[in-house]
Design a protein around this ligand. Structure first.
Ligand SMILES: [Zn+2]
Length: 283
C-alpha cells in the first residue's frame, strides 16, 4: 500500500471544499482544525461546518484533527482539569466525522514519572479516538518516547507524532545522522511508538529568543533532507503530514516524499535543483 501523504487544510466553512481540492492534488491524508487554532471552542454547524461533507471525505482522505494550541497533554497544572471536558468534546467530534486521530502537543513538564503517567491517563484514556502525542521542543525524543511507551504499557492507546523540526530543535539531530544512533532511534524509540510524521516545512528560520519559526524548508533548510530520507524509508506505511508554508510548496513537498518512497533518486535530485522549488526556498 502506498504511504498516505497529506497537508494542513485550513478553514471552517470552506473546509470540505479545501479537502476536495487537496484530494484533487493527489493527497490521501489531511490535517484539520475543528476549533479555532487558539481556542478550545468547537466549530458548530451554524459556523458553516459541514459535518456530513467531512464524513464523506473521510471515506477517501485519512483525516487527522489537530487540537488547538491552547490544549496540550501537559499545560500548567491549574488549567489541567479545565481541559478535560473540552478535550473529550473535541475527541468525540473528531471521531464522529471519521477522523483517524487527534494530534495533541506534549506541552511542558519537568519530570515524566508516575505522577505524569497518571495525569496523562486521566486526560486521554477512554477517549473515542486515537491520540497522537507530538514531541516537544523542550524534551529529548528519548524521554518523550519512553513516556509514550509507558502510557501504552498501561493500556492507553497513544502513538508518537514525530515532528521533524521539533526533534531538531530539541537537540535530537545527531540521532538521525550517526549510523549507530540511528539504529537505536529506529529500534528503541520509533518502532514501539511511531504513528505519524509531521514534516515541518516553514520558510522561517528558528528564533532562539522567541522559540518561534523553528522550521526550515524541506529541500533547502539547515535541517536538510538526508535524515528525512533515511527515516521515511524505514517506515514506509507511516502517514506523513506536510506542515507547509503554502499550497504550492505542499505539492512540491509531496513530490519529494513520493520520490523518496519510490526510490526515485534522480527525481529527488531534479526537484532539489528545480527553479520552482528554488524560488520557494526564498519565499
Ligand atoms: Zn507538527
Amino acid at each position: 500500500m502506498l504511504r498516505r501523504i497529506g497537508g494542513w487544510v485550513p478553514g471552517k466553512a470552506r473546509l470540505v471544499t479545501g479537502l476536495h481540492e487537496t484530494r484533487a492534488w493527489g493527497l490521501t491524508a489531511a490535517q484539520i482544525f475543528l476549533t479555532p487554532a487558539h481556542k478550545a471552542v468547537i466549530f458548530a454547524p451554524e459556523d458553516g461546518v459541514d459535518t456530513v461533507g467531512l464524513q464523506s471525505i473521510a471515506e477517501h482522505v485519512q483525516l487527522f484533527v489537530h487540537a488547538p494550541y491552547v490544549m496540550s497533554l501537559f499545560p500548567p497544572l491549574v488549567k489541567h482539569s479545565r481541559q478535560l471536558a473540552p478535550l473529550r468534546m473535541l475527541a468525540t467530534h473528531a471521531a464522529s466525522i471519521g477522523a483517524v486521530g487527534l494530534v495533541l502537543h506534549l506541552g511542558e513538564i519537568d519530570e515524566y514519572g508516575e505522577t505524569a503517567v497518571v495525569a496523562a491517563r486521566q486526560m486521554i484514556e477512554d477517549l473515542p479516538i486515537r491520540i497522537f502525542i507530538e514531541n516537544s521542543t523542550h524534551a529529548a525524543l528519548k524521554t518523550v518516547v519512553e513516556f509514550i511507551v509507558r502510557l501504552r504499557d498501561s493500556g492507553t492507546d497513544v502513538a508518537l507524532c514525530l515532528d521533524t523540526a521539533r526533534a531538531w530543535v530539541a537537540g535530537d539531530a545527531a540521532l538521525f545522522g550517526d549510523a549507530r544512533a540511528f539504529d537505536t532511534l529506529v529500534n528503541t524509540y520509533l518502532t514501539p511508538a511511531l504513528g505519524l510524521f509531521h514534516l515541518n516545512n516553514s520558510t522561517q528560520p528558528f528564533n532562539v529568543k522567541t522559540h518561534q519559526g523553528l522550521y526550515a524548508p524541506l529541500l533547502f533548510g539547515s535541517i536538510g533532507t538526508e535524515w528525512f530520507e533515511r527515516v521515511l524509508k524505514v517506515f514506509p506505511q507511516t502517514p506523513v503530514i506536510l506542515e507547509r508554508a503554502s499550497p504550492v510548496q505542499m505539492v512540491v513537498d509531496r513530490a519529494v516524499v513520493t520520490a523518496i518512497d519510490c526510490d526515485l533518486t534522480h527525481t529527488l535530485f531534479a526537484l532539489k535543483n528545480h527553479p520552482i522549488s528554488g524560488s520557494l526556498s526564498q519565499s
